[in-house]
Design a protein around this ligand. Structure first.
Ligand code: THU
Length: 137
């Protein structure tokens, strides 16, 4: 369970991201990424990166996790975590495009969880990660 009432089991999200990262298809970069998110109904959705020989066709892990949430009827990201790395897992902050994708389903209270250099969990809002963002009125 990644959610119990209003509390978020952050470790469960990180663990889910680590687990799905193992499925990452990254033969070109060697950098596998896993992302896991909690939706407004307490459901967990995850995705890994899927690279392609035609490089721009590659899909980021966060995009796949978000696609999974939307496909399942989820409307809002309560919290999202991503982990990446070639061998050792390291801090993986969402790329610019993924920040925009997270914003689409985020609220001011959405937590973007990052693994800090010390291995601890850092919490950020999407506003911190993508200030002055593009929005349609
Ligand atoms: N990648 C992600 O999956 N998410 C990010 O936020 C950053 C980058 C992937 C794309 C590519 O497959 C690999 O990491 C190296 O850039």
């Amino acid at each position: 369970m990644a959610s119990s009432g209003n509390t978020i089991d952050e470790q469960a999200l990180i663990d889910a991201a680590k687990t799905i990262r193992l499925h990452g298809h990254a033969p070109y970069s060697g950098y596998r990424v896993g992302a896991a998110l909690l939706d407004e109904n307490g459901r967990l959705h995850s995705g890994c990166n899927v690279e392609n020989a035609a490089f721009p066709e590659s899909i980021c892990a966060e995009a796949n996790a978000i696609g999974s949430m939307v496909s399942a009827g989820g409307k809002k990201i309560v919290a999202i975590a991503a982990v990446g790395g070639k061998d050792e897992i390291e801090a993986c902050t969402p790329c610019g495009g993924c920040r925009q994708k997270i914003l689409e389903f985020a609220g001011g209270d959405t937590q973007v969880l990052l693994i800090g250099d010390d291995g601890g969990i850092e919490r950020h809002t999407i506003e911190e990660l993508l200030p002055a963002s593009f929005r349609l009125a």
